[in-house]
Design a protein around this ligand. Structure first.
Ligand code: MG
Length: 248
């Protein structure tokens, strides 16, 4: 069941989203060769707590940290630790904040120092695929119109879209209905309505779409070892244009 949010609820999600965006902005400032991912985690957690919010991921199904930090061929759910970022890495940061019971969820991939043109292009295409998708995040379209637009754009650039992980509804829970694949035919699924709040999150691989999970039971990596990028925002469907809640 898709829960529609009232204007008051969306106001709280706006604040949760703003705090999520602030945390990403703060992390971006610190993404440099030499920093460890656990240091980035601490920076994000402190920022979230200082805004009267709590980190959404910490403790979620036992996840030990406030951010997911996924480097290079890691797709999602990387666990922060003592690994130091190196010049030429790319790092995907996924982060969530809860404010007065409402969730914000967003992700970005950042270059570390000087990265290859291939890596930069992957990051850019992944970001743009989100915007191609939300061109259809309006009343009257169906959910899979978003999915199809993302897949078409990504595959048009000869990259692939991860199948095993998808976007999701969000609100008083981090994961609500509906699931939002980043692939599929258009014109399927529920019609979009004002008050729906969706975390739309393309995960894009430079090589093939297959992934697997490491023995730590969290970190998802590309099967072929190719680079992967992630771009996510929490979005509210309105009477008109979609409102992105997790961008400053
Ligand atoms: Mg998400």
């Amino acid at each position: 069941m898709i829960v529609l949010k009232s204007p008051r609820e969306i106001e709280l999600m706006r604040r949760a989203g703003e705090i999520t965006a602030l945390a990403l902005e703060e992390i971006e400032k610190h993404v440099k060769p030499g920093i460890t991912t656990i240091e980035l985690d601490k920076i994000a957690e402190e920022l979230i707590l200082s805004h009267d919010a709590t980190p959404a991921f910490k403790g979620y199904r036992g996840f030990p940290a406030s951010i997911c930090a996924s480097i290079n061929e890691e797709v999602v759910h990387g666990i922060p630790g003592l690994r130091r970022l190196q010049d030429g890495d790319i790092i995907s940061i996924d982060i969530g904040a809860v404010f007065q019971g409402y969730y914000g969820d967003a992700a970005r991939t950042f270059p570390v120092g000087q990265v290859s043109d291939d890596a930069l292009k992957l990051i850019e295409v992944t970001k743009q695929s989100f915007f191609e998708g939300i061109a259809f995040a309006k009343q009257g379209y169906r959910l899979s119109d978003i999915s199809h637009a993302i897949q078409s754009y990504v595959e048009g650039h000869n990259y692939s879209v991860v199948r095993d992980y998808v976007g999701h509804g969000i609100g008083q829970n981090m994961h609500e209905d509906p699931q939002i694949p980043n692939f599929g035919p258009p014109g399927k699924g529920p019609r979009l309505r004002a008050g729906m709040t969706l975390a739309i999150e393309p995960m894009v691989n430079l090589g093939e779409f297959e992934v697997y999970t490491l023995k730590n039971n969290w970190t998802v990596v590309t099967k072929d070892g190719s680079l992967s990028a992630h771009y996510e925002n929490t979005v509210a469907i309105t009477d008109g244009e979609p409102e992105i809640l997790t961008m400053m």
